[in-house]
Design a protein around this ligand. Structure first.
Ligand code: FAD
Ligand code: FES
Length: 280
């Protein structure tokens, strides 16, 4: 059992941050790794990236967006409550290199996944330009944290309610066109955004790194749920990733596989919401 030490609401009741007591994981984890969480005995297993770790305090930080039944249930848990299982650290740590200038692009809760990686790239001596985007101001997360680990932070909102109006790719194109000598574009967020960012990187001949959010079950390479195609070869996101060369990923297949259980997921969320309304 893993105790929730602290809970913070980050955006309109749809994005939460939990600090969880998990000393063994906190001691071993590196940027880019994730855990698989089971909220209760009968719950499904969901992967969540560690947005931060504190080895001395023995805690890990998870940031999640409410998108379905399990994340909705997690959103109702209070400080002092327990998660039944937290397994990790899983996945390969990010390969951190001193390259010169890198651009980090984050969208939605992908910003939480990007945060520890941005910090690690800056700490090793890179010049880091970060672009973060959200549909609207109230959904933007981790602005101050991202500013603190970037040389420059640019914000976009689709509706223009904060920062520059438009998509992260509009700003990325300007930066790639300019005299910045960009060596790498790192991107995390919704799959269509990662696909668009990688296409732009290709256009300008710049390397791209993405963190994939395929559906996972065991997280240890046994079940095949997280299968993706990278450079024409089958890979498992949980053990071969979650990060891959963004120019080589088959994004259309990934999007199709993410929708495989959409009707079951909807039914599960509907039944959870109806139960909550009846006070169960
Ligand atoms: C390596 C990795 C790291 C992730 N890190 C984060 C994070 O830090 N913060 C965050 O908000 N989200 C993260 N995700 C996505 C998160 O796991 C899903 O949002 C969550 O599983 C949804 O569960 P649900 O029951 O609430 O929604 P559901 O209704 O079950 O699903 C909603 C959508 O979430 C995706 N999904 C569903 N089940 C899974 C699953 N078992 N594994 C992966 N995706 C699933 C599908 O695209 C689905 O259509 C990560 C995913 C991966 C693979
Ligand atoms: S989650 Fe089962 S193989 Fe990756």
């Amino acid at each position: 059992m893993f105790r929730i030490i602290e809970k913070k609401e980050m955006a309109q009741g749809t994005v939460f941050q939990l600090k969880v007591d998990a000393p063994l994981i906190a001691r071993k984890a590196s940027p880019g790794q994730f855990v698989i969480v089971r909220v209760n005995e009968t719950g499904e297993r969901i992967p969540l990236t560690m947005a931060g770790t504190d080895p001395l305090a023995g805690t890990i930080t998870l940031i999640f967006q409410v998108v379905g039944k399990t994340t909705a249930l997690m959103g109702t848990l209070k400080e002092g409550a327990y998660l039944t299982d937290v397994v990790g650290p899983l996945g390969r740590p990010t390969h951190i290199e001193n390259l010169g200038t890198v651009i980090c692009v984050g969208g939605g809760t992908g910003i939480a996944v990007l945060y520890p990686i941005t910090r690690a790239y800056r700490e090793i001596g890179n010049q880091v330009i970060t672009i973060i985007g959200a549909r609207t101001k109230d959904l933007l997360i981790l602005e101050e944290e991202m500013r603190a680990v970037s040389n420059e932070l640019i914000i976009t909102t689709d509706d223009g309610s904060y920062g520059r109006r438009g998509f992260v790719t509009d700003v990325l194109r300007q930066l790639l066109t300019g005299p910045n000598n960009i060596k790498l574009v790192i991107t995390m967020g919704p799959v269509p955004m990662m696909k668009a960012v990688s296409a732009l990187s290709r256009e300008y001949g710049v390397r791209s790194l993405v963190s994939l959010n395929s559906i996972m079950v065991d997280g240890t390479g046994m079940c095949g749920a997280c299968r993706v195609t990278v450079a024409g070869r089958t890979k498992f996101t949980c053990v071969d990733g979650p990060e891959f060369d963004g120019l080589e990923v088959d994004y259309d297949e990934l999007m199709k596989r993410q929708k495989a259980y959409i009707s079951e997921e909807k039914a599960s969320l509907d039944s959870f919401t109806a139960g909550k309304q009846r006070g169960r």
